[in-house]
Write a protein that binds this ligand. Structure first.
Ligand code: BG6
Length: 602
């Protein structure tokens, strides 16, 4: 989704702060970018394409200024063109605005403003904002009053930053779209550096002190910071300290952020489990959910997080608690009877509009809500009754990898802490503590790269699994689709013969997840035989306890583990397969076409 950056009191480093910050927001997905600086006058440079294109334009015509805003745009209204890129200006060129979100009533505002003589140069919803500010200024309002007046007329979701006239300040406001403020160091003249962004990585190298704006709040960044409510009353805000450091958002020598994040999974698991799962005592401490003991559960999530929700359904059902997983985007339409269900939103960004909307729907109907998220201060975190943080650290690659693993681990902690027996805890907690080491052994020894070399140009890829391995089959297919753009599909292993088997031939490798040697494993081996009999290449992802390997062309080995833990391990092998297939095909792995890290529109 779009990215916003702003800074004040950075002196001659203003431009580099903005452009470098935009580069650190690239992971959000974008197709144009731009900056506006206030110096002797208000200047703007913006281009379709990548940040490199913006840098080239700035090389030709550098901008200077004492403060400024920048933006990466992921098109929602109008194609990615120079004119549609942000920042957007008013008629006079005195007001510059950047925006993330959707202004739902923009057409009416645009018609009204055009009727007042304002001319528009873009197709975007955003462009109404600078003209609303200009109109208010023309009626005698101060820059701040004009900004507030414009915001008050907007309906929809927005994170907005504006430079108004020659006021030495940045004005910001948010509703349903994240904005975070960085509190920088004091400058020589007694002023203080302040940063504004959609997400912390944009300014993390300069400061770890952050303030999360809440919906309906306004911020004025000048020599000092003022946060006020919609009535202009000061709001007391907490200054949080971000634990992770800027290098964690660098590639650390890996070719891609995604590969780095796949390899960070042992650490992400340890971070998720630390202080919560006590191996010796076989206990789980989760004060976030101390008084949570659901009699039934509704999961709402999208994408990879939806697959984690399916996994969570298994965990609760195995513990005797009825559970259902809903695509968040469907939740409001199916309006399932909620009763006393706990509604759990799984969302690594905490900003996915579909999921946030479903959680709001649940709350409006009196449900208790829990967010399973990776992002402190996110909308889901702040609006749910409880939050279970997955502690994976920043994930820059658009396709989720370590956050999915973190979600699975967190869901185990959740059921172990709330609905599972002491005996189960004593059996499972040691297995959870083994996970980081077992994942590491897969990362060290995997032959996924050579299997990707063999099959990277196949027509289609199929993934099959049962029980906990069914969500893994879906996730393995999604990962491959997301970053290789090749067709892939996941199935419950038993479902293959009810139709999809018609697609199976020698150009459709089938990845079969088979762990343990129980009835489930034996049935899945039967499914492997079905596809093998139709000449499909078979890759068994297995711990070797069953005889699956007898019918497979290749094996991706995992260490033995209990079923709920084995799903974490097989998924790591499939992440590596997806990565190497995409790498073979030369794809833009960290920023796949058409995708965004956080989709804040429904
Ligand atoms: C998509 C991401 O935009 O959103 C996926 O590309 C992700 O990787 C999905 O699974 C849901 O995101 P979140 O933040 O709600 O988990």
């Amino acid at each position: 989704m779009c990215g916003i950056i702003g800074c004040v009191n950075r002196g001659e480093r203003t431009l580099e702060t903005l452009v470098d910050g935009l580069e650190r927001l690239e992971y959000r997905g974008y197709d144009s970018s731009g900056v506006s600086l206030l110096g002797e006058e208000l200047s703007v440079t913006k281009t379709a394409g990548k940040i490199a294109d913006l840098r080239a334009a700035l090389e030709e015509r550098p901008l200077d200024g004492r403060l400024g805003v920048g933006h990466t745009r992921w098109s929602t209204h109008g194609p990615p063109t120079d004119e549609n890129a942000h920042p957007h200006l008013d008629c006079s060129g005195e007001v510059a605005v950047v925006h993330n979100g959707i202004i739902e009533n923009y057409q009416g505002l645009r018609d009204e403003l055009a009727g007042d003589g304002h001319t528009f140069t873009s197709d975007t919803d955003t462009e109404v904002v600078p003209h609303l500010i200009e109109r208010a200024l023309g009626r005698g309002a101060s820059p701040e009053a004009a900004f507030r007046d414009a915001i008050a007329q907007l309906e929809g979701s927005y994170a907005i930053a504006a430079v108004v006239g020659d006021e030495e300040a940045i004005f910001a406001a948010r509703s349903d779209s994240p904005l975070v403020i960085g509190v920088g160091k004091e400058c020589a003249e007694g002023d203080r550096e302040y940063f504004l962004a959609s997400d912390v990585p944009a300014f993390r190298e300069y400061t770890g002190k952050v303030i999360y704006l809440d919906d309906g709040e306004f911020a004025r960044l000048e020599s000092e910071l003022a946060v006020t409510d919609s009535d202009g009353q000061p709001v007391e805000k907490t200054v949080n300290t971000v634990e992770w450091d800027a290098e964690e958002t660098g590639k650390s020598g890996y070719d891609h952020f995604m590969l780095k994040e796949i390899h960070e999974q042992p650490r992400a698991l340890r971070q998720c489990l630390s202080g919560r799962a006590d191996e010796l005592a076989g206990t789980v401490e989760l004060e976030e959910v101390d008084d949570v003991s659901p009699s039934s559960v509704h999961f709402v999530a999208m994408g990879t997080s939806y697959h984690a929700a399916l996994y969570g359904v298994h965990l609760f059902q195995q513990a005797g608690v009825p559970a259902q997983a809903f695509h968040a985007s469907e939740y409001a339409t199916v309006t399932p009877p909620i009763g006393d269900a706990l509604v759990i939103g799984i969302t690594q960004s905490g900003e996915t509009a579909d999921t946030v909307s479903a959680l709001r729907e649940a709350r409006s109907r009196g449900a208790r809500t829990l967010a399973v998220t990776n992002t402190v201060g996110s909308t889901a975190d702040r609006e749910c009754d409880e939050t279970l943080l997955i502690q994976s650290g920043p994930e820059i690659g658009v396709a989720a990898s370590k956050t999915f693993t973190g979600q699975l681990a967190a869901l185990n902690l959740l059921t172990l802490a709330t609905v599972e027996s002491g005996r189960t805890r004593r059996d499972v907690v040691p297995e959870l503590r083994e996970l980081p080491g077992r994942v590491q052994s897969i990362l060290d020894d995997s032959n996924a790269e050579e299997i990707a070399d063999v099959y990277h140009d196949s027509r289609s890829f199929f993934f099959i699994g049962r029980s906990y391995q069914y969500p893994v089959a879906l996730e393995g297919a999604l990962k491959l689709k997301e970053i290789s753009y090749e067709h892939a599909e996941g199935f419950s292993a038993g479902d293959l013969k009810h139709g999809p088997l018609a697609l199976v031939d020698d150009d459709t490798p089938v990845f079969a997840m088979v762990t343990g040697d129980d009835e489930i494993a034996r049935k899945t081996v039967g499914n492997i035989k079905e596809v093998e009999a139709r000449d499909a290449p078979v890759v068994a992802v297995t711990d070797g306890q069953s005889n699956a390997e007898l019918y497979a062309d290749h094996v991706l080995r995992i260490p033995e583990a209990i079923p709920r833990a084995a799903a974490v391990l097989t998924n790591v092998q499939l992440q590596l397969v997806a990565y190497h297939v995409a790498d073979n095909l030369g794809r833009s792995i960290d920023k796949p076409r058409n995708l965004a890290k956080s989709v804040t529109v429904e």
